[in-house]
Design a binder for this molecule. Structure first.
Ligand SMILES: [Zn+2]
Length: 228
C-alpha cells in the first residue's frame, strides 16, 4: 500500500526476494523494476519531487568501488561495465530509449524509500519516461525522470485522489520523529502508514508535516468509516 511503513524484511517479503542490495534493480520482476531511494549524508534533497507533485527525479548510480584507490564520486557514472555489458544505469537508459522510440510501454518502476534505518515506505509505482546526463560540478551523472503511473494496481492500492501526490521524504522523516514511530491516535506501532488529515481532493497539501500523521490500519479504517 502506498505510504505504508515497512521493515526491510517486510519489503523483501513483498517482493519475494532474500535481499535488495542494490538501489537500482532493473527487471527484478517480470512486470517491473525496483528503485530504492535513500538519502545520502551529503545530499540536501536526494529525492527531487518536482512542483507538479507527480514527477520524481532519481540520480543514477556510481562506478563500483572495486579498489581503495578508486573514488566513485570523482568518476562519470558508467553506462557500461568493464566487460561491455550494460550497467543498471545502462539498462534503465535502454528502457527509456525503447519507450521514446515507441517500441515499448514505459518501464514500470516500484519506488521504495528509506525514511530512517529500518523504516521503509512504498513511494509508488512509476513510469520511467526520460533520462539526461548532467554535470554535477565534478563529473557526469544520470538523472532519470519517473512519473507516477496510472498503474498503481501493482500495489493493490485503490486509486484514491488523496494518494496521488507524493509526500517528500523529509516530511515523512519529520512526521515519523514527531509521532515517535507510533499511531498518533492509539499508540500502536504496527501496520502504520502516513495519513493525510485533509485529502488532496479537499485542498490538502502534502508539503508540510502539519497535515500528515502516522495512523495504524485500525484507526485509519475508523476514520474512513466516519467520513462515509
Ligand atoms: Zn491507531
Amino acid at each position: 500500500m502506498l505510504n505504508e511503513i515497512l521493515s526491510y524484511r517486510e519489503m523483501c517479503n513483498i517482493e519475494s526476494v532474500q535481499t535488495l542490495q542494490r538501489g537500482m534493480n532493473f527487471n527484478i520482476n517480470p512486470h517491473y523494476s525496483i528503485i530504492l531511494m535513500s538519502r545520502r549524508p551529503n545530499a540536501p534533497y536526494h529525492d527531487r519531487i518536482l512542483e507538479d507533485g507527480f514527477t520524481l527525479e532519481y540520480e543514477g548510480h556510481d562506478e563500483a568501488k572495486t579498489s581503495p584507490s578508486i573514488n566513485p564520486k570523482g568518476l562519470d557514472q558508467p553506462k557500461y561495465t568493464k566487460n561491455g555489458t550494460l550497467t543498471q544505469n545502462g539498462l534503465f537508459i535502454k528502457a527509456v530509449e525503447e519507450y521514446k522510440n515507441r517500441k515499448n510501454c514505459p518501464e514500470l518502476v516500484k519506488v521504495y524509500e528509506k525514511i530512517l534505518p529500518g523504516v521503509w515506505s512504498l513511494k509508488g509505482v512509476f513510469d520511467l519516461i526520460d533520462y539526461r546526463s548532467e554535470n554535477d560540478g565534478r563529473r557526469n551523472v544520470f538523472i532519470f525522470t519517473l512519473k507516477l503511473s496510472e498503474q498503481q494496481g501493482l500495489t493493490s492500492e485503490i486509486s484514491e485522489p488523496e494518494h496521488t501526490r507524493l509526500i517528500p521524504t523529509e516530511v515523512k522523516k519529520e512526521v515519523w520523529k514527531r509521532d515517535n514511530g507510533k499511531c498518533a491516535k492509539c499508540g500502536a506501532n504496527k501496520n502504520l502508514h502516513f495519513d493525510h488529515d485533509l485529502p488532496f481532493s479537499l485542498g490538502g497539501t502534502s508539503l508540510t508535516a502539519k497535515n500528515i500523521k502516522l495512523l495504524c490500519a485500525r484507526c485509519n479504517l475508523a476514520k474512513s468509516n466516519k467520513i462515509e
